[in-house]
Design a protein around this ligand. Structure first.
Ligand code: DX5
Ligand code: ZN
Length: 218
């Protein structure tokens, strides 16, 4: 599958944001990854509706929503979700997962389940037919700048097997500590959408272009 880049907006420098978004468009960034945290499901609070509405006016790049909240089924209604977006909710978050997936589908977005590092893939097998892909968290959800937890490649391989046997368009996203040194291994395991945060783009906005261009050449 084609390698795709989803830039983690919680990690991006906010100075000259309009120019940065233009550069993302010029360099074919596939998605803007928006981490939404409610301070309960994860011990952090960030990225709200006003910011996403501003982004909607500023760029046509589709949004890759990552809900780290206790009740995605209600919270996602507050956001301007469009056809072509990705909407990811955590399987560990609430009992109303199927309800939330139905809401996401009704908006024309791709419905994705995220699995935290402690959640085994066999525990979501019964839900795979309802979703367009899985987001495998490589770090504990909530904060950028962490190191990858060991053993996550096996989860990706399991999902690649599911893709091979069932649906060739089933996508596998990886989030957290995506780095130029692990992209090849993760891709070989089966990942095709890569969330680029501080580990891939660094913290100096002057380096973003070079690092994004390098991503496609790895
Ligand atoms: C972590 C977030 C990630 C994070 C990735 O909970 O979901 O999107 O920003 O950033 P790095 O590359 O710093 O791990
Ligand atoms: Zn994320």
């Amino acid at each position: 599958m084609k390698r795709q880049l989803s830039v983690s907006m919680m990690c991006i420098d906010y100075g000259n944001l309009s120019e940065t978004l233009k550069m993302f468009e010029d360099n074919h960034v596939d998605y803007l990854h928006i981490d939404i945290m409610d301070g309960h499901f994860v011990p952090n609070l960030m990225l709200g509706t006003t910011y996403v509405e501003w982004l909607r006016k500023a760029t046509k790049i589709p949004i890759d929503f990552h809900f780290m909240v206790e009740n995605a089924a209600t919270d996602l209604e507050w956001f301007p979700i469009r056809e072509g977006d990705i909407v990811t909710i955590h399987v560990e978050s609430s009992w109303s997962i199927l309800n939330a997936l139905t809401v996401i589908k009704s908006k024309g977005a791709k419905a994705v389940l995220a699995v935290g590092p402690q959640t085994p893939i066999p525990s979501i097998v019964h839900l795979l037919d309802y979703i367009d892909g899985v987001c495998v968290m490589l770090v504990i959800p909530g904060f950028s700048g962490q190191s990858m937890i060991r053993g996550m490649e096996e989860k990706i391989e399991y999902l690649r097997q599911y893709r091979m046997e069932n649906r060739e368009d089933f996508f596998i996203e990886v989030d957290g500590h995506v780095h130029r040194n692990n992209i090849r291994t993760l891709e070989k395991a089966g990942a095709n959408i890569f969330v680029a945060g501080t580990s891939l783009l660094g913290v100096n906005p002057k380096e973003y272009v070079e690092r994004i261009q390098a991503f496609y050449d790895i």
